[in-house]
Design a binder for this molecule. Structure first.
Ligand SMILES: C[S@@+](CC[C@H](N)C(=O)[O-])C[C@H]1O[C@@H](n2cnc3c(N)ncnc32)[C@H](O)[C@@H]1O
Length: 345
């Protein structure tokens, strides 16, 4: 059974290494040049290096997806069949809902320029899985990023029941099983193929996780069922009216004293970086990012009923959560990750 995207070898490897090299060039040399130009001019759109910067960001992303599509799409039938082979004695479970109506904002947007999104077929989830390894510029081997989130951003505590909203193919969910081996870990997502892959990969790795095809804004779980609700890289992919519902749903399913921990992006207060990040949203097909950046998320959390909302920078390549509230000092272009935490009073 194939549970991972086909190995990238030969010409495909060379092509993708070239794309990665271009991504690294734009994130280091070109970004530094742009930064210097901005310091002397102050208008991003007019800077001589900005057109190339924009072109490289958008087109390296497109090149990556196209090559992965060409590599993986021909294997769609066997990948599909593989996803449908269920383990005989599963440790966890998979509950799909073919009647679930996927929201239009989700199906109408090819987030991060991935053709067909992550939901429209088995090949899509494998393309997404392969892309997820590359897109963080080779800095996320073994999904260190998610491990560091769990190890540094989750307050110490007794978590019996943990819910990961928008769990994708499970790379954000699995580290919770390692960190809290006695907890019941649950993941929900809208994408059936993502969930099938999540289930099979978790089983293969011996990690008991219950996966459900449900919307983060309407999970269907009973009130007060979880001690910890998390969402990584989810909230920038939805309109703000849906975000409000997701936060209200998280509050509903948490027990009193329970924790919400979200990992996503935010403005940093550094005008240059924030303008580049706004541009990234447009270049990478992230239509809700600008709305998220304009939203006062701690205020929204308080309005919904959470206590003690806090937003802290997260240094995925260093020590994770930045408890001193300072953004990591790095000169290359990198995502402004933040951890948003709040508790149910
Ligand atoms: C960028 S991926 C992140 C996946 C995973 N959390 C990770 O960090 O690898 C966003 C995921 O959220 C899912 N998603 C988007 N909107 C959702 C919603 N309203 N309810 C549940 N899942 C959603 C998508 O299908 C996708 O798998």
């Amino acid at each position: 059974m194939t549970l991972s995207s086909p190995a990238v070898v030969g010409e495909d490897r060379a092509y993708l290494d070239f794309v990665l090299g271009m991504k690294q060039y734009f994130a280091t040399t070109l970004y530094a040049k742009l930064h210097d130009q901005y310091a002397s001019s102050g208008t991003l759109g007019d800077l001589p290096s900005y057109p190339l910067f924009e072109w490289l960001e958008r087109n390296t992303q497109k090149m990556m997806w196209r090559r992965l599509e060409a590599l993986i799409r021909p294997h769609a039938p066997e990948l599909e069949a593989g996803l449908d082979e269920l383990p005989e004695r599963p440790l966890g479970s998979l509950c799909l809902d073919p009647s679930l109506k996927l929201p239009e904002h989700y199906t109408e947007t090819e987030f991060h320029i991935q053709p067909g999104g992550v939901w429209s077929g088995a090949a899509n989830t494998f393309v997404y899985e392969a892309g997820a390894k590359i897109v963080m510029l080779g800095q996320n081997d073994d999904y260190r990023f998610h491990r560091v989130f769990v190890e540094t951003a989750i307050p110490p505590g007794e978590y019996r029941d943990i819910l990961d909203l928008g769990c994708g193919f499970g790379k954000s969910t699995r580290p919770f099983v390692d960190a809290f081996p006695t907890a019941c870990v649950v993941g929900v997502d809208l994408s059936a193929p993502n969930l099938k892959l999540a289930h099979l990969q978790a089983e293969r790795l011996g990690k008991p996780i219950a996966f459900y095809q449900r919307a983060a804004e309407a999970t269907g779980f009973a009130d007060a069922s979880f001690d910890l609700v998390t969402a990584t890289m989810l909230i920038h992919e939805m309109p703000m009216r849906v975000l409000r519902k997701v936060l209200a749903e998280a509050l509903r399913v948490l027990r009193v004293g329970g924790v919400l921990a979200v990992l996503d992006f935010a403005h940093t207060g550094d005008r240059f970086r924030d303008l580049v990040m706004d541009g990234h949203g447009a270049r990478n097909n992230e239509p809700y990012m600008p709305h998220l950046f304009k939203t006062d998320v701690p205020a929204l959390l308080s309005e919904v009923g959470f206590g003690a909302p806090r937003v802290l920078p997260f240094d995925e390549r260093g020590g994770g959560l930045c408890l001193d509230g300072r953004w990591p000092a790095r000169s290359d272009w990198h995502f402004p990750w933040v951890v948003i935490r709040a508790t149910k009073r």
